[in-house]
Design a protein around this ligand. Structure first.
Ligand code: SF4
Length: 503
């Protein structure tokens, strides 16, 4: 049975879509390719079970629609699986229908599968809008895809897709969370579960999933080749109301420390990887983190590879940051979200505004490189509230408590509590999913949207302040720093030009 896991070519006039990123979606002007960790794990699991797997990422491979069709026509897969996100779901419905039409015209049987947070929140919508055969809901879609493929291999000609029979209880039983067509009806196998053991997962087959595609063009890396892993799914806090993955897939699990260290060692020894970004929503902390750091040092991996991760303010103290630095950590990505305590409380961030400065300063003092992400466009915030967030961001950057930053428009993705709140209270400008791409607000504001976009833009302008440039020049240690700043500078310029063009 041949399976293609693919990211089809998508209209790129807005930039390069970050489909493999778990929680937020953006188009980037400069190519930024994030390793799609869960689909890559799915490809690995299927290949290990003897399926013929093709990895086809048309975005990072820069393949046209014609080329994509040629490859599908030549391979004639039995099943194509695609990861989806809200802003591109409409484009993907068209891709699904094109694929089904092509297979029909050329006379082979093709099943198309969608997975991801958008279709988990709204599975019926995709059945209504395209000819998709299966939807996998929940965040363990690597486990579910293997389960579905085992089932289809065993029962290739089950009549009318009536899966609700004795097979539901046998060894090839379909797991909960799978939606499918049964004649004219849409059925499902129940609510998805997130109880799979992450330690049972194989390490991603980096060759099968074409690791060099994701090893260089990524602004987070200071040294290349870089790659991604996930130590946990997804964030041990997991309650921020805007956060897609964590609220839609609300069950946190971490892999064992030894298992993660083994994967890092494998990547360093076999692929000469120099920097690894862990894409768990928030990296595990407490005893797990201490043991992990000690393991990195004992194995000497801290001298060979640099680590980056997502972290929460206040989760680690100064000695903890120092241990992280010794263990090889460099870049810590913190969600600052807002300077307003009312907003932090309302989005359930579980963070005191004053902790932001002290925790950021402690991380920087320990020699780490905090990256802060700021969000603008909460419907309840005044212009003055948003300006305070801007001032806090600028302060952290100018003081060198934060090293780099990112400013975005907050987007309420379907399935999140923030989306439900906005929908209930009539706070959404639009339900056209294409608009949910962070290019402009989709929630109603108490001030003009263009004032918001100017605020976002002025955050980037701090990059050109003499104080900021002076500190960056002082921090240059080697050629990697110069290249890193060059890439960062181009990225900021891309943002600014993009905003200017739109305004
Ligand atoms: S801290 Fe909040 S925003 Fe960050 S990953 Fe966890 S739930 Fe999501």
């Amino acid at each position: 049975m041949k399976i293609i896991i693919c990211f089809p070519p998508l209209s790129n006039e807005k930039g390069y879509p970050t489909l493999g990123q778990n929680r937020q979606f953006q188009y980037f002007k400069e190519p930024t390719y994030i390793y799609p960790v869960v689909p890559a794990t799915a490809a690995t699991m299927l290949a290990k079970r003897g399926f013929d797997v093709v990895w086809l990422d048309c975005i990072s491979q820069n393949l046209s629609s014609d080329k994509f069709r040629d490859i599908i026509r030549k391979e004639k897969p039995d099943l194509v699986a695609l990861e989806t996100k809200t802003p591109v779901i409409k484009q993907e419905w068209r891709v699904v229908d094109d694929l089904k039409r092509l297979a029909r015209e050329e006379g082979w049987n093709l099943n198309v599968v969608l997975f991801g947070d958008h279709v988990t929140a709204l599975p019926q919508e995709s059945f209504d809008n395209c000819g998709v055969d299966f939807i996998l809901t929940g965040g363990d879609y690597d486990f579910l895809l293997l389960n579905l493929c085992n089932f289809l291999k065993e029962f290739p000609s089950l009549p009318a897709r009536d899966f609700n029979g004795p097979v539901m209880t046998g060894p090839y039983r379909l797991e909960p969370g799978i939606w499918y067509r049964a004649g004219n009806e849409i059925k499902n196998t129940g609510t998805f579960k997130l109880d799979h053991d992450l330690n049972s997962l194989p390490f991603i087959d980096r060759d099968l999933t074409r690791w060099p595609l994701y090893a260089y063009k990524n602004g987070n890396y200071r040294r290349t080749p870089g790659t991604y892993i996930m130590s946990a799914r997804d964030c041990w806090w997991g309650k921020c109301t805007f956060c897609g993955w964590t609220t839609i897939y609300p069950h946190y699990r971490a892999r064992g420390v030894k298992n993660v260290l083994n994967e890092i060692e494998y990547l360093v020894n076999n692929y000469k990887i120099k920097e690894i970004m862990d894409d768990s929503g928030t990296f595990p902390v407490g005893e797990w983190l201490n043991n992990f750091c000690r393991g990195m040092i004992e194995r000497g991996l801290n001298k060979k590879v640099t680590l980056d991760c997502n972290m929460r303010f206040g989760a680690v103290d100064r000695p903890g940051y120092e241990l992280m630095r010794k263990a090889g950590f460099r870049f810590l990505l913190f969600g600052l979200e807002s300077a307003s305590q009312q907003t932090l409380d309302r989005i359930n961030k579980n963070l005191k505004a004053e902790t932001i400065v002290s925790s950021c300063r402690a991380a920087r003092a320990a020699g780490l490189y905090p990256h802060i992400t700021l969000m603008f466009g909460y419907p309840w915030e005044s212009y003055e509230d948003a300006e305070k967030t801007l001032q806090l961001g600028k302060y952290l950057l100018k003081k060198d408590y934060a090293y780099t930053m990112q400013a975005t428009v907050v987007i309420p993705y379907p399935g999140t509590p923030l989306f439900d709140e906005c929908k209930k209270n009539g706070l959404l400008y639009t339900l056209d999913w294409q608009e949910y791409d962070m290019k402009k607000p989709v929630m109603k504001l108490s001030f003009a949207p263009d004032k918001l976009m100017s605020l976002v833009q002025s955050m980037y302008a701090v990059t050109f302040s003499p104080e900021f440039i002076f500190r960056k020049l002082l921090s240059i240690r080697d050629i990697n720093d110069i290249k890193y700043f060059g890439r960062g500078f181009l990225k900021v310029l891309g943002h600014l030009l993009d905003f200017r063009k739109r305004s």
